[in-house]
Design a protein around this ligand. Sequence first.
Ligand code: BTN
Length: 331
Amino acid sequence: MRDNDFEASFELISMLADGKIHSGRELAVALGVSRAAVWKRIGKLAGLGVDVVKVRSLGYKLPKPIEFLDVALLQKNLSTVIPGRAVSVEVVKQVDSTNLALLRRERSTEESAVTCLLAEQQTSGRGRRGKTWHSPLGENVYLSILWQTQLSLNKLNGLSLALGVVIATMLSEVFGINAQLKWPNDVLVKNKKIAGILVEVDGALEGPLRVVVGLGLNVTTEHETTEPNGHNWTSVRAQSERNASRTDVALNVMSGLLLALHEFERLGFRAFRQRWIALDAYAGMPVQITSHEHSHTGLNRGVDENGALVLDVDGVLHTISSGEVSLRVRA
Ligand code: BTN
Protein backbone atom coordinates (compact mmCIF):
# COMPACT_ATOMS: atom_id res chain seq x y z
CA MET A 1 0.00 0.00 0.00
CA ARG A 2 1.34 3.47 -0.96
CA ASP A 3 1.89 5.98 1.88
CA ASN A 4 -1.08 8.16 0.90
CA ASP A 5 -3.39 5.16 0.65
CA PHE A 6 -2.12 3.90 3.98
CA GLU A 7 -2.79 7.26 5.71
CA ALA A 8 -6.25 7.45 4.14
CA SER A 9 -7.06 3.91 5.29
CA PHE A 10 -5.86 4.71 8.77
CA GLU A 11 -8.00 7.84 8.93
CA LEU A 12 -11.01 5.71 8.08
CA ILE A 13 -10.10 3.04 10.64
CA SER A 14 -9.77 5.74 13.32
CA MET A 15 -13.31 6.90 12.56
CA LEU A 16 -14.67 3.36 12.76
CA ALA A 17 -12.53 2.41 15.77
CA ASP A 18 -15.35 2.92 18.29
CA GLY A 19 -17.11 -0.16 16.87
CA LYS A 20 -20.36 1.81 16.27
CA ILE A 21 -22.25 2.09 12.99
CA HIS A 22 -21.23 5.06 10.82
CA SER A 23 -23.21 5.96 7.72
CA GLY A 24 -21.47 6.31 4.37
CA ARG A 25 -22.66 9.92 4.26
CA GLU A 26 -21.22 10.74 7.69
CA LEU A 27 -17.87 9.19 6.76
CA ALA A 28 -17.83 10.99 3.40
CA VAL A 29 -18.47 14.38 5.03
CA ALA A 30 -15.86 13.84 7.74
CA LEU A 31 -13.23 12.66 5.24
CA GLY A 32 -14.15 15.30 2.65
CA VAL A 33 -14.62 12.70 -0.12
CA SER A 34 -17.54 11.21 -2.06
CA ARG A 35 -19.53 8.21 -0.79
CA ALA A 36 -18.12 6.20 -3.67
CA ALA A 37 -14.60 7.06 -2.44
CA VAL A 38 -15.54 5.91 1.07
CA TRP A 39 -16.78 2.63 -0.34
CA LYS A 40 -13.52 2.20 -2.26
CA ARG A 41 -11.46 2.91 0.86
CA ILE A 42 -13.53 0.43 2.87
CA GLY A 43 -12.65 -2.20 0.30
CA LYS A 44 -8.94 -1.57 0.88
CA LEU A 45 -9.07 -2.16 4.64
CA ALA A 46 -9.03 -5.92 4.14
CA GLY A 47 -5.42 -5.48 3.01
CA LEU A 48 -4.61 -4.29 6.54
CA GLY A 49 -6.36 -7.30 8.05
CA VAL A 50 -9.33 -5.16 9.11
CA ASP A 51 -12.79 -6.54 8.31
CA VAL A 52 -15.63 -4.07 7.98
CA VAL A 53 -19.25 -5.11 8.44
CA LYS A 54 -21.79 -3.48 6.15
CA VAL A 55 -25.04 -2.91 8.04
CA ARG A 56 -27.79 -2.71 5.45
CA SER A 57 -29.12 0.80 4.84
CA LEU A 58 -27.36 2.09 7.99
CA GLY A 59 -23.65 2.13 7.19
CA TYR A 60 -20.42 0.43 8.26
CA LYS A 61 -18.94 -0.85 11.49
CA LEU A 62 -15.98 -2.88 12.73
CA PRO A 63 -16.76 -6.31 14.22
CA LYS A 64 -15.16 -5.08 17.46
CA PRO A 65 -13.75 -1.71 18.56
CA ILE A 66 -10.05 -0.98 18.02
CA GLU A 67 -8.28 0.81 20.82
CA PHE A 68 -5.17 2.72 19.78
CA LEU A 69 -2.26 3.32 22.14
CA ASP A 70 -2.10 6.60 24.04
CA VAL A 71 1.45 7.71 23.26
CA ALA A 72 1.25 10.91 25.34
CA LEU A 73 0.35 8.91 28.45
CA LEU A 74 3.16 6.43 27.84
CA GLN A 75 5.71 9.21 27.33
CA LYS A 76 4.56 11.09 30.41
CA ASN A 77 4.84 8.06 32.68
CA LEU A 78 7.94 6.42 31.31
CA SER A 79 10.37 9.19 30.43
CA THR A 80 11.93 9.34 33.91
CA VAL A 81 11.31 5.81 35.14
CA ILE A 82 15.03 4.86 35.19
CA PRO A 83 17.37 6.98 37.31
CA GLY A 84 19.91 8.75 35.08
CA ARG A 85 18.59 7.45 31.75
CA ALA A 86 16.29 9.39 29.44
CA VAL A 87 13.61 7.15 27.94
CA SER A 88 11.87 8.08 24.70
CA VAL A 89 8.68 6.37 23.59
CA GLU A 90 7.50 6.22 19.98
CA VAL A 91 4.37 4.64 18.56
CA VAL A 92 4.08 3.87 14.85
CA LYS A 93 0.96 2.72 13.08
CA GLN A 94 2.62 -0.03 11.09
CA VAL A 95 6.12 -1.48 10.75
CA ASP A 96 7.60 -4.75 9.54
CA SER A 97 9.04 -5.54 13.00
CA THR A 98 9.72 -3.20 15.91
CA ASN A 99 12.91 -5.19 16.66
CA LEU A 100 14.17 -4.78 13.09
CA ALA A 101 13.25 -1.10 13.02
CA LEU A 102 15.42 -0.42 16.08
CA LEU A 103 18.29 -2.61 14.85
CA ARG A 104 18.32 -0.59 11.61
CA ARG A 105 18.98 2.64 13.53
CA GLU A 106 22.42 4.13 13.99
CA ARG A 107 24.05 3.78 17.37
CA SER A 108 23.07 6.82 19.45
CA THR A 109 25.92 9.05 20.61
CA GLU A 110 23.92 9.57 23.78
CA GLU A 111 25.09 6.27 25.37
CA SER A 112 22.51 6.26 28.16
CA ALA A 113 19.51 7.03 25.90
CA VAL A 114 16.83 4.34 25.84
CA THR A 115 14.34 4.11 22.97
CA CYS A 116 11.02 2.28 23.14
CA LEU A 117 9.18 1.58 19.93
CA LEU A 118 5.62 0.28 19.84
CA ALA A 119 3.55 -0.52 16.78
CA GLU A 120 -0.18 -0.77 16.28
CA GLN A 121 0.52 -3.50 13.73
CA GLN A 122 3.54 -5.49 12.50
CA THR A 123 3.61 -6.90 8.99
CA SER A 124 6.55 -9.28 9.64
CA GLY A 125 6.66 -9.70 13.42
CA ARG A 126 9.54 -11.98 14.38
CA GLY A 127 9.40 -14.77 16.94
CA ARG A 128 12.12 -17.04 18.30
CA ARG A 129 13.60 -19.80 16.15
CA GLY A 130 12.65 -18.05 12.88
CA LYS A 131 8.91 -18.10 13.57
CA THR A 132 6.60 -15.24 12.68
CA TRP A 133 4.76 -13.33 15.37
CA HIS A 134 1.09 -12.77 14.55
CA SER A 135 0.57 -9.00 15.00
CA PRO A 136 -2.96 -7.89 14.06
CA LEU A 137 -3.83 -4.19 14.11
CA GLY A 138 -4.67 -2.66 17.47
CA GLU A 139 -5.06 -5.94 19.37
CA ASN A 140 -1.91 -6.52 21.43
CA VAL A 141 1.35 -4.99 22.62
CA TYR A 142 4.20 -5.14 20.09
CA LEU A 143 7.13 -3.45 21.75
CA SER A 144 10.90 -3.19 21.39
CA ILE A 145 13.35 -1.45 23.68
CA LEU A 146 16.76 -0.35 22.47
CA TRP A 147 19.26 -0.42 25.33
CA GLN A 148 22.90 0.51 24.84
CA THR A 149 25.28 -1.06 27.30
CA GLN A 150 29.00 -1.44 27.99
CA LEU A 151 28.42 -5.07 29.06
CA SER A 152 30.08 -7.85 27.10
CA LEU A 153 27.96 -10.50 25.39
CA ASN A 154 28.55 -13.20 28.01
CA LYS A 155 27.22 -10.86 30.71
CA LEU A 156 23.85 -10.95 28.96
CA ASN A 157 23.33 -14.64 29.79
CA GLY A 158 19.88 -15.08 31.28
CA LEU A 159 18.61 -11.65 30.20
CA SER A 160 15.57 -12.97 28.36
CA LEU A 161 14.71 -15.23 31.33
CA ALA A 162 14.96 -12.24 33.70
CA LEU A 163 12.54 -10.31 31.50
CA GLY A 164 10.13 -13.26 31.52
CA VAL A 165 10.12 -13.08 35.32
CA VAL A 166 9.18 -9.40 35.18
CA ILE A 167 6.32 -9.96 32.74
CA ALA A 168 4.85 -12.91 34.66
CA THR A 169 5.12 -10.98 37.94
CA MET A 170 3.48 -7.89 36.47
CA LEU A 171 0.60 -9.97 35.06
CA SER A 172 0.02 -11.50 38.44
CA GLU A 173 0.42 -8.37 40.60
CA VAL A 174 -1.36 -5.86 38.38
CA PHE A 175 -3.89 -7.95 36.47
CA GLY A 176 -4.48 -10.88 38.85
CA ILE A 177 -3.35 -13.42 36.23
CA ASN A 178 -1.56 -16.53 37.44
CA ALA A 179 1.24 -16.50 34.85
CA GLN A 180 4.14 -18.97 34.76
CA LEU A 181 7.27 -19.48 32.69
CA LYS A 182 8.40 -22.13 30.27
CA TRP A 183 12.12 -22.21 29.71
CA PRO A 184 13.66 -20.16 28.37
CA ASN A 185 11.15 -17.30 28.29
CA ASP A 186 7.62 -18.15 27.19
CA VAL A 187 5.02 -16.65 29.49
CA LEU A 188 2.13 -19.07 29.96
CA VAL A 189 -1.27 -18.96 31.62
CA LYS A 190 -3.01 -22.30 32.18
CA ASN A 191 -0.63 -23.82 29.64
CA LYS A 192 -1.50 -21.30 26.92
CA LYS A 193 1.04 -18.76 25.71
CA ILE A 194 0.29 -15.11 26.49
CA ALA A 195 3.67 -13.45 25.76
CA GLY A 196 7.02 -14.05 24.13
CA ILE A 197 10.37 -12.29 24.23
CA LEU A 198 12.98 -11.99 21.50
CA VAL A 199 16.31 -10.43 22.50
CA GLU A 200 18.59 -9.43 19.61
CA VAL A 201 22.06 -7.98 20.05
CA ASP A 202 24.35 -5.95 17.86
CA GLY A 203 27.96 -4.95 18.63
CA ALA A 204 31.32 -6.38 19.65
CA LEU A 205 31.61 -9.55 21.79
CA GLU A 206 33.41 -7.64 24.52
CA GLY A 207 30.93 -4.70 24.29
CA PRO A 208 29.67 -2.08 23.92
CA LEU A 209 26.43 -3.62 22.72
CA ARG A 210 23.10 -2.49 21.42
CA VAL A 211 20.49 -4.76 22.92
CA VAL A 212 17.01 -4.87 21.43
CA VAL A 213 14.43 -6.44 23.69
CA GLY A 214 11.27 -7.39 21.80
CA LEU A 215 8.04 -8.27 23.55
CA GLY A 216 4.79 -9.51 22.11
CA LEU A 217 2.04 -9.60 24.75
CA ASN A 218 -1.48 -10.59 23.80
CA VAL A 219 -4.10 -8.19 25.08
CA THR A 220 -7.06 -9.45 23.05
CA THR A 221 -5.88 -12.08 20.55
CA GLU A 222 -6.51 -15.70 21.49
CA HIS A 223 -6.50 -18.64 19.16
CA GLU A 224 -5.92 -22.33 18.91
CA THR A 225 -2.62 -23.38 17.41
CA THR A 226 -2.36 -24.68 13.90
CA GLU A 227 1.22 -25.94 14.39
CA PRO A 228 2.10 -29.50 15.46
CA ASN A 229 3.26 -29.33 19.12
CA GLY A 230 2.54 -25.58 19.10
CA HIS A 231 0.94 -23.62 21.92
CA ASN A 232 -2.59 -22.44 22.19
CA TRP A 233 -2.79 -18.71 22.85
CA THR A 234 -4.53 -16.62 25.43
CA SER A 235 -4.71 -12.92 26.31
CA VAL A 236 -4.85 -10.44 29.18
CA ARG A 237 -8.54 -9.74 28.48
CA ALA A 238 -9.41 -13.44 28.56
CA GLN A 239 -7.57 -14.06 31.83
CA SER A 240 -8.07 -10.90 33.88
CA GLU A 241 -11.13 -9.64 35.75
CA ARG A 242 -9.85 -6.12 35.08
CA ASN A 243 -10.95 -4.65 31.76
CA ALA A 244 -7.41 -3.57 30.95
CA SER A 245 -6.73 -1.13 28.13
CA ARG A 246 -3.80 -1.76 25.78
CA THR A 247 -2.16 1.40 27.06
CA ASP A 248 -2.56 0.24 30.65
CA VAL A 249 -0.96 -3.13 29.80
CA ALA A 250 1.83 -1.45 27.80
CA LEU A 251 2.56 1.04 30.55
CA ASN A 252 2.83 -1.58 33.27
CA VAL A 253 4.94 -3.97 31.26
CA MET A 254 7.25 -1.25 29.95
CA SER A 255 8.01 0.22 33.35
CA GLY A 256 8.72 -3.31 34.64
CA LEU A 257 11.03 -4.10 31.71
CA LEU A 258 12.91 -0.81 31.91
CA LEU A 259 13.57 -1.20 35.63
CA ALA A 260 14.57 -4.83 35.09
CA LEU A 261 17.10 -3.86 32.40
CA HIS A 262 18.60 -1.40 34.85
CA GLU A 263 18.78 -4.04 37.58
CA PHE A 264 20.14 -6.69 35.21
CA GLU A 265 22.91 -4.37 34.04
CA ARG A 266 24.09 -4.02 37.65
CA LEU A 267 23.48 -7.51 39.02
CA GLY A 268 22.99 -9.94 36.15
CA PHE A 269 20.71 -13.00 36.18
CA ARG A 270 21.52 -13.91 39.79
CA ALA A 271 19.08 -11.18 40.92
CA PHE A 272 16.26 -12.98 39.08
CA ARG A 273 17.15 -16.69 39.28
CA GLN A 274 15.16 -17.66 42.38
CA ARG A 275 12.11 -15.84 41.07
CA TRP A 276 12.44 -17.66 37.73
CA ILE A 277 12.59 -21.02 39.52
CA ALA A 278 9.49 -20.15 41.57
CA LEU A 279 7.56 -19.36 38.36
CA ASP A 280 8.68 -22.46 36.40
CA ALA A 281 5.54 -24.10 34.95
CA TYR A 282 7.30 -27.48 34.57
CA ALA A 283 9.47 -27.67 37.70
CA GLY A 284 10.56 -31.26 38.38
CA MET A 285 8.64 -32.62 35.39
CA PRO A 286 9.89 -34.88 32.57
CA VAL A 287 10.72 -32.70 29.55
CA GLN A 288 12.23 -33.10 26.12
CA ILE A 289 14.67 -30.56 24.71
CA THR A 290 14.96 -30.41 20.95
CA SER A 291 17.45 -28.56 18.79
CA HIS A 292 18.09 -28.88 15.06
CA GLU A 293 20.27 -31.97 15.56
CA HIS A 294 19.65 -33.30 19.07
CA SER A 295 16.93 -34.27 21.45
CA HIS A 296 17.44 -34.82 25.20
CA THR A 297 14.91 -36.17 27.65
CA GLY A 298 15.15 -35.79 31.40
CA LEU A 299 13.73 -34.21 34.52
CA ASN A 300 13.56 -30.41 34.62
CA ARG A 301 15.75 -29.27 37.56
CA GLY A 302 15.40 -25.51 37.05
CA VAL A 303 18.04 -23.10 35.78
CA ASP A 304 21.66 -22.33 36.71
CA GLU A 305 23.21 -18.91 37.40
CA ASN A 306 23.49 -18.25 33.62
CA GLY A 307 19.87 -19.15 32.87
CA ALA A 308 20.84 -22.51 31.32
CA LEU A 309 18.32 -25.31 31.87
CA VAL A 310 19.46 -28.03 34.28
CA LEU A 311 18.33 -31.42 32.99
CA ASP A 312 18.58 -34.58 35.06
CA VAL A 313 19.24 -37.45 32.65
CA ASP A 314 19.28 -40.73 34.60
CA GLY A 315 20.76 -39.00 37.65
CA VAL A 316 23.42 -37.04 35.74
CA LEU A 317 22.91 -33.25 35.56
CA HIS A 318 23.39 -31.54 32.18
CA THR A 319 23.07 -27.84 31.43
CA ILE A 320 21.53 -26.64 28.19
CA SER A 321 21.74 -23.03 27.10
CA SER A 322 18.80 -21.50 25.30
CA GLY A 323 20.08 -20.76 21.74
CA GLU A 324 18.03 -22.52 19.13
CA VAL A 325 16.40 -25.17 21.27
CA SER A 326 12.84 -25.74 22.39
CA LEU A 327 11.34 -27.46 25.39
CA ARG A 328 8.38 -29.81 25.34
CA VAL A 329 6.70 -31.51 28.24
CA ARG A 330 6.73 -35.30 28.09
CA ALA A 331 3.40 -36.98 28.70
C1 BTN B 1 8.67 -15.63 20.77
O1 BTN B 1 8.79 -16.29 19.73
O2 BTN B 1 8.16 -16.11 21.78
C2 BTN B 1 9.18 -14.21 20.81
C3 BTN B 1 8.20 -13.26 20.16
C4 BTN B 1 8.61 -11.81 20.19
C5 BTN B 1 7.62 -10.94 19.44
C6 BTN B 1 7.90 -9.48 19.58
S1 BTN B 1 6.59 -8.46 18.99
C7 BTN B 1 7.59 -7.05 19.15
C8 BTN B 1 9.00 -7.44 18.73
N1 BTN B 1 9.15 -7.28 17.29
C9 BTN B 1 9.29 -8.43 16.66
O3 BTN B 1 9.40 -8.56 15.44
N2 BTN B 1 9.30 -9.44 17.55
C10 BTN B 1 9.16 -8.96 18.91
